[in-house]
Design a protein around this ligand. Structure first.
Ligand code: ZN
Length: 262
C-alpha cells in the first residue's frame, strides 16, 4: 500500500517536473492548462527562487536531475518523521541546483536521504584537538556520510527555504560533491584546479584570520572541506553579500554552479 502510493506520487511528480522545464516560456504565450499536474512545479517555483536565474537549458537539466534524484535516492524518515512528496521534491530540487553543470552526475554515490524532524543528537566518536572524546552526544542539523548517505533536519531545511543564512541541504550536498573524487579536501571534481586552489586557499586563510566574518560562517575555518560547504551556503543564501565582500570567491562558485545568485 505504501509502495503503491509512493509510486503513484512519484509518477505525478516526474510528470510535473518534465512539464516545468519548458514552462516559463510557455507561460508567457498562453494560459496554463488547468488539468496539468502543476502543483509540484508551482511548489518548486515558489520555494526555490534560484530557478528564476536559470536559462532554458539549465531549467531542462534541472528537471532531469530532479527526476533522477527522485528515482534513485531513497528517503527515510527518522524519529517519527513522516516523509511527504513535498519534502522529497524540495530536497531533490534544492540539491539539484548544485548539479546543473553540463554532464554533471546527480550525486552518483548517494543512496539514502535521512530526515529528522529537527536537530538530532549523535554520539561523538572522534577525539577533539586535545585528544578527548566528549561524553555528551553532539547536536547536529545535517551530516554527509562519505559516499552513500545524507542526514538532514527538516526544521533547518525549511529555515533555509525561508531565507536563513544556513542552508543545510547546500552544505551537505557540497560535501557530497567534494567526496565524489574520494578526497574530501574542499574541491569537487574539476578539469583544472589552478584557480580553485588559489581562490579557495586565500579565502580560507582570510576566514581564519577574521575575528568577526560578515558573510561566511566561522565554521568554514575548520577545514577546507567545511569551507567549501560554508562558501556554497553563502553563495546560495547571501549571493549579493558574497559578491560584495568576497568577489573572487563569488565568481569562482558562480562559474562552478553555473548561474548568478547576486
Ligand atoms: Zn560540514
Amino acid at each position: 500500500m505504501i509502495l503503491l502510493n509512493s509510486l503513484i506520487g512519484l509518477a505525478a511528480l516526474v510528470a510535473a517536473i518534465l512539464f516545468i522545464a519548458g514552462r516559463r516560456e510557455r507561460a508567457r504565450r498562453e494560459p496554463l492548462p488547468q488539468s496539468s499536474p502543476l502543483d509540484a512545479g508551482d511548489l518548486l517555483e515558489d520555494r526555490l527562487p534560484w530557478l528564476a536565474r536559470l536559462d532554458i537549458e539549465q531549467r531542462a537539466r534541472f528537471g532531469e536531475q530532479v527526476q533522477r534524484f527522485l528515482r534513485h535516492k531513497r528517503f527515510i524518515g527518522c524519529a517519527g518523521m513522516e516523509i511527504t512528496d513535498e519534502m522529497r521534491l524540495l530536497v531533490a530540487g534544492m540539491a539539484s541546483l548544485l548539479v546543473l553543470r553540463p554532464g554533471a552526475a546527480a550525486f552518483p554515490k548517494l543512496k539514502e536521504v535521512l530526515i529528522y524532524p529537527g536537530p538530532f543528537r549523535v554520539p561523538v566518536t572522534e577525539p577533539d584537538e586535545l585528544g578527548l572524546v566528549p561524553d555528551e552526544p553532539e547536536e547536529r542539523i545535517g551530516e554527509s556520510w562519505q559516499g552513500d548517505r545524507v542526514v538532514l533536519s527538516w526544521q533547518d531545511v525549511e529555515a533555509a527555504l525561508d531565507g536563513d543564512a544556513v542552508n543545510v541541504v547546500v552544505h551537505e550536498f557540497a560535501h557530497q560533491l567534494d567526496d565524489e573524487n574520494g578526497a574530501g579536501d574542499g574541491a569537487p571534481s574539476l578539469a583544472d584546479y589552478t584557480e580553485w586552489a588559489q581562490v579557495m586557499q586565500s579565502e580560507f586563510d582570510r576566514l581564519r584570520r577574521l575575528r568577526r566574518p560578515r558573510v561566511l560562517d566561522p565554521y568554514g575555518a575548520e577545514s577546507p572541506a567545511e569551507f567549501f560547504g560554508v562558501a556554497s551556503e553563502a553563495f546560495f543564501q547571501r549571493g549579493a553579500d558574497l559578491a560584495h565582500h568576497h568577489r573572487r570567491l563569488y565568481e569562482l562558485l558562480r562559474d562552478y554552479y553555473g548561474f548568478e545568485t547576486a
